[in-house]
Design a protein around this ligand. Structure first.
Ligand code: 13P
Ligand code: SF4
Length: 335
């Protein structure tokens, strides 16, 4: 091992990411593009990433699109500009590839809200139930799951399960409640939430809607039911983006993480997008986990090929089955 890599590895163990000083005059876009070619790497970015990262990514998408890309890419290295559970999913789908996550501390409050050992005990209370887990969960939770889902395919996944079968849905109670309403199925819900989608202020949004009566209010299904009831459209990030492109309205109040506004503004430059206000004094609704990734960390991660995602073989084998079933059902229904 070279001294530089040994030092980087040691630093990584302390921080979860590399914070080697990057020359501020360096053209990071050019350097990252160079590394992409040299290493036959692909950068997959979620819509919640900062705009510069979205602009340099080879593919930007929602959780379903990102999984499909991770499963089908020919690249030797997958650099995941997203959060930990997304990079783990990519590793499960492409176990022989090197999967990098620029900052290992880019976690997810929703995934953290459902620790696998506690869920295992909970599941034992419903031995005949099928377990459907939102993909925003840990690799260990996926090993306890029959079928994964994302917000794009969740309704189809629930509807693919025979009506006489009980279903446990984890970890997001808001998405779960939305699915109960949409499908009429009686799901047993885990009580987890996403810190970003829980924080929207009902009162401030109502006032905003009164000030902009012409605006469409659109929301991600991770939001609370009281907000979803008000929405003109409910959907995954890709669904919300598509709606803003296809709908004739000129103004949209958007209740999801603010990163998505970058693509909305690029795709519809003449429309106005207002981020839904949160219930705190700060005006932002950024996901602190998603926003741990920076251009500097992306560059260092590709240069040193660290931090890398490693999963035990049994986790890959068992967890992957739940993702494969999700991808099969999605393909069948044309998603
Ligand atoms: P989607 O992009 O699949 O809608 O997921 C949203 C999200 O919260 C990802 O962390
Ligand atoms: Fe997790 Fe919510 Fe952040 Fe998505 S937005 S990564 S669900 S905390």
């Amino acid at each position: 091992m070279s001294t530089a890599i040994a030092k980087a590895t040691e630093q990584l163990q302390r921080n979860g990411y590399l914070d080697i000083e990057v020359d501020p005059t360096l053209d990071l876009v050019a350097e990252i593009n160079k590394l992409k070619k040299e290493k036959n790497a692909i950068i997959l970015a979620h819509y919640y990433q900062e705009s510069e990262i979205q602009d340099i990514a080879d593919y930007i998408g929602d959780s379903l699109g990102l999984s499909q890309m991770a499963a089908n890419t020919d690249a030797e290295m997958i650099v995941f500009a997203g959060v930990h559970f997304m990079a783990e999913t990519a590793k499960m789908l492409s176990p022989n590839k090197k999967v990098l996550l620029p900052d290992l501390k880019a976690g997810c409050s929703l995934a953290d809200s459902c620790p696998a050992p506690i869920f295992k005990k909970f599941k034992e209370k419903y031995p005949d139930h099928v377990v459907v887990s939102y993909i925003n969960c840990t690799a260990e939770l996926k090993t306890l799951t029959d079928i994964c889902c994302t917000s794009t395919n969740a309704v189809h996944i629930i509807e693919s399960i025979p009506e006489d079968k009980g279903i446990i849905f984890a970890p997001d109670r808001n998405l779960g409640a939305y699915l109960k309403k949409k499908t009429g199925r009686d799901l047993v819900l885990w009580n987890g939430t996403c810190m970003v989608h829980e924080i929207f202020s009902h009162e401030k949004i109502t006032k905003l809607m009164m000030r902009h009566p012409e605006a469409k209010f659109i929301a991600h299904p991770e939001c609370e039911a009281v907000l979803l009831e008000k929405a003109d459209y409910i959907g995954s990030t890709s669904g919300l983006l598509r709606y803003t492109q296809e709908n004739d309205a000129e103004t949209f109040i958007v209740a999801t993480e603010a990163g998505i506004l970058h693509q909305m503004e690029l795709k519809s430059p003449n429309k106005t997008f207002i981020p839904a206000p949160p219930n705190n004094t700060c005006a932002c609704n950024d996901c602190p986990h998603m926003k741990r990734n920076t251009m500097e960390k992306l560059y260092l991660s590709m240069k040193y090929e660290l931090p890398e995602i490693h999963l035990e073989d049994w986790v890959i084998e068992k967890g992957r089955a739940s993702i494969d079933r999700m991808l099969e059902i999605s393909e069948k229904v044309g998603l």
